[in-house]
Design a protein around this ligand. Structure first.
Ligand SMILES: C[C@@](CO)(OP(=O)(O)O)[C@H](O)COP(=O)(O)OP(=O)(O)OC[C@H]1O[C@@H](n2ccc(N)nc2=O)[C@H](O)[C@@H]1O
Ligand SMILES: Nc1ncnc2c1ncn2[C@@H]1O[C@H](COP(=O)(O)OP(=O)(O)O)[C@@H](O)[C@H]1O
Length: 287
């Protein structure tokens, strides 16, 4: 029996950094949004052991993979011998600011919670997810949410209106740690209007959402990769309503009225060696 699961990526509609914490992480306040772009995972129960094969992405296939680490965490809880074979089909660009590894880890925690009959309540899964990464709790919840703390304090928000998205991922990846380090030495830019963004989402006002797109990490990542500013400019010229770098980057997303418009903007975008994808926002209650 093979159980197939989607692991959806995320974008950050706002990202504010409120300061540095004693544990070395940064206090963040960010409106996060699930998107349709997803990895696919296939789970096949085994007598014992954990095996992982990866297709389609430059990611570790052993114990360093977040899927493998999530399976080991769940196996400890499962007590008696439990085994699983996992096939990970990567579609989400890696080290891109789209939460790909976090999404895969969250999908693995949720799937094994059922397959191995552990049935942990949601709050316990969220605590486990936090051990694997700051974005994993959001990826467990999905939809539209306000995240605080390191990213583990979540408040669900009303579903964002369905919007088209054009994702432009340059050929390089960036490490989240290096971006936060660069941020610490950058002058802080314009602060996001998080309250105004939440109001715009509640009113399902796409124009107002676009006007409130803001990410304070952009200035740090652009200081290391100035070409990101050019991507933003070209996406707007191709017809995006608004543009923003997602998370620690380097992916830039352009917002459009719907998926069809996103495909049209992606076709018009003058590709300079980037990976360009058209997708849309995802909220489970809408599907
Ligand atoms: C920037 C954000 C925004 O959603 O996403 P991505 O760009 O990674 O998608 C997240 O804060 C990234 O979360 P995640 O990618 O899980 O980072 P983690 O593995 O937890 O941490 C990697 C490193 O980033 C730094 N880090 C991460 C989160 C945080 N709130 N403060 C930090 O300073 C720390 O140096 C940490 O060691
Ligand atoms: N299943 C996975 N998918 C993607 N990256 C993974 C995975 N497991 C471990 N990683 C590692 O996690 C790092 C962050 O990857 P990813 O989550 O895609 O980036 P981001 O945090 O920028 O969204 C990468 O350097 C990658 O090597």
């Amino acid at each position: 029996m093979v159980i197939k699961v989607y692991a959806r990526a995320k974008i950050n509609l706002t990202l504010d950094v409120l300061g540095k914490r004693p544990d070395g992480y940064h206090q963040v306040e960010t409106v996060m949004q699930s998107i349709e772009l997803h990895d696919c995972l296939e789970f096949t129960p085994l007598e014992d052991g954990v095996s992982l094969t990866v297709a389609g992405g430059e990611v570790p296939s052993g114990a360093d993979n977040l899927v493998y680490r999530a399976a080991l965490l769940m196996r400890k809880l499962a007590g008696d011998k439990k085994g699983i074979s996992i096939k990970l089909n990567k579609n989400i660009p890696v080290a891109a600011g789209l939460g790909g590894g976090s999404a895969d880890a969250a999908a693995t925690l949720s799937a094994l919670n059922e397959i191995w009959g552990i049935h942990l309540p949601a709050r316990d899964l969220l605590s486990l997810g936090e051990k694997l990464g700051s974005d994993v709790p959001f990826c467990l919840l999905g939809g539209t949410a306000l995240a605080g703390g390191r990213g583990e304090l979540l408040e669900s928000l009303p579903p964002c209106p369905r919007m088209g998205l054009v994702l432009v991922k340059p050929s390089f990846g960036v490490s989240t740690a290096s971006v936060y380090r660069a941020y610490d030495s950058c002058p802080s830019g314009k602060r996001p209007g998080t309250v105004a963004m939440i109001k715009a989402i509640g009113e399902r006002d796409i124009d107002c959402i676009v006007q409130n797109l803001a990410n304070v990490l952009e200035i740090a990542t652009i200081s290391m990769h100035p070409e990101i500013a050019g991507i933003k400019k070209r996406l707007l010229e191709a017809g995006a309503l608004g543009v923003l770098m997602s998370g620690s980057g380097p992916t830039v997303f352009g917002v459009t009225a719907d998926l069809e418009a996103a495909r049209a903007v992606a076709d018009r975008y003058p590709n300079c060696g980037e990976r360009v994808l058209a997708t849309e926002t995802f909220n489970p209650e809408r599907s």
